[in-house]
Design a protein around this ligand. Structure first.
Ligand code: ASP
Ligand code: MG
Length: 396
């Protein structure tokens, strides 16, 4: 008897009909004799709607109250799913993050999981119940406050539970067929990739793809947890398997991703010792730079970074408050970063050449690692740019 962790995203449980369809699928897994723990997201766009309500009342709502509010979304979907399953004669127990013993730090809005007790989850499984856990939430270990794990954090809940319960499988059900070679809404020829390594998915999600929560992928990579990314709408398809893959020596581009609305910043009079502090500040904001570099020499000391434009104001405030001598300059705005994720780029630089040639647009910054090529440019027609790159690097 295997233990399956199945996670259903917001669109998968977006309506009562969807909840019924998902319940039927879960029931069939359970009736095959498997033990199942389900993790759910809030229905549809409910998290955004709740957040909008808070922002209508205050432009700067207390993060504690925002977390308290947002966790409601997952409580609604977990209990409705539980009711639907009971109606199919499946015994269930639904549990919030705190009832599941998901213990976090106290960083509201982007809390880190410290550890998972999971006693009530295990008890539910032992009692032969189907356990439903509310995703994206936990309880702070010190203050016993309700916390959230960052937007899209239900994936992280599912992956962390898989590890903690030593489950056999972690299946992430979505409204897409799997991990694609580019965003299929922008590149019609993009295809589902049947299998990829943790590293590849981790890079894709770090540089822009929202297919799975990056922190979840990072955890899966750390503990070598195999993942299935698949569709809840198209149940016959196998989706993408994330795990170890056979090494190939030839340079390869697996997939493209992108991020828009970026700003390129320079912190003058700033040395490398400040970098860790900068990174931890950004982490608490749920942000990370796509590029960071320190320079020193006759021209001065500075740190340059590229990050989300929307986070610049908070970053500016942080710089003013913490580094008196350093000052922040915006070098460029409205940048887009197009990223090719693969392997062997340094061994076979022809791939880099092909990528830059097929862009058809000047870059303002290029950052190349052996398995990631980041091309930063002024905002342009993404469908065209990605289409050309996809054709040259993946379809060819
Ligand atoms: N409902 C939360 C969000 O929209 C968590 C999730 O979807 O995983 O961010
Ligand atoms: Mg959601």
């Amino acid at each position: 008897m295997s233990l399956y962790i199945q996670k259903y995203g917001g669109t998968s449980v977006g309506t009562l009909d969807r909840i019924k369809a998902v319940a039927a699928h879960i029931a069939s897994t359970y009736r095959q004799g498997h033990r199942v723990v389900v993790v759910v997201s809030a229905m549809g766009q409910q998290t955004d709607e709740l957040l909008e309500m808070a922002l209508k009342l205050s432009s700067n709502p207390s993060q504690r109250e925002v977390d308290m509010l947002l966790t409601v979304g997952e409580r609604i979907s977990m209990s409705l799913l539980s009711i639907a399953l009971n109606d199919l004669n499946i015994p269930t127990v639904s549990l919030t993050g705190s009832q599941s013993g998901i213990l976090t730090d106290n960083n509201f809005g982007n809390a880190k999981i410290n550890r998972i007790l999971g006693d009530r989850v295990r008890r539910g499984i032992e009692d032969n119940k189907l356990v439903i856990v509310a995703g994206f939430q936990g309880m702070s270990e010190d203050e016993k406050e309700i916390t959230t794990l960052g937007r899209g954090g239900s994936d992280l809940t599912a992956i962390a539970l898989t590890h903690s319960l030593k489950a056999d499988r972690c299946q992430i059900y979505k409204d897409v067929d799997g991990v694609c070679s580019a965003d299929p809404r922008l590149v019609p020829t993009a295809r589902v990739i049947p299998s990829m390594s943790w590293d590849t998915l981790s890079n894709l999600t770090w540089y822009g793809s929202g297919v799975v929560h990056n922190r979840g992928v990072h955890l899966a990579k750390k503990y070598k947890i195999p993942l299935e990314i698949r569709s809840s709408f198209n149940l016959e398809t196998h989706g993408t398997l994330i795990g170890s893959v056979k090494p190939v020596e030839k340079a390869v581009v697996h997939a493209l991703t992108h991020r828009k609305d970026l700003a390129w910043l320079r912190l003058d009079s700033c040395d490398s010792s400040k970098i860790p502090e900068i990174l931890s500040f950004l982490f608490t904001q749920g942000e990370h730079p796509l590029f960071i570099q320190q320079n020193s020499g006759d021209a001065g000391n500075w740190v340059e970074l590229v990050m989300s434009q929307h986070a610049v104001i908070k970053f500016e405030r942080y710089v003013k408050a913490s580094h008196d001598s350093s000052s922040l300059r915006v070098l460029a705005q409205n940048l887009t970063c197009v990223t090719a994720v693969g392997d062997g780029f340094w061994q076979e630089p022809k791939v880099i050449e092909k990528a830059l040639q097929s862009l058809g647009k000047p870059t303002v910054l290029v950052d190349c690692k052996n398995n990631v090529l980041n091309m930063f440019m002024q905002h342009g027609n993404l469908e065209e740019i990605l289409g050309r790159l996809h054709k040259a690097l993946i379809e060819a």
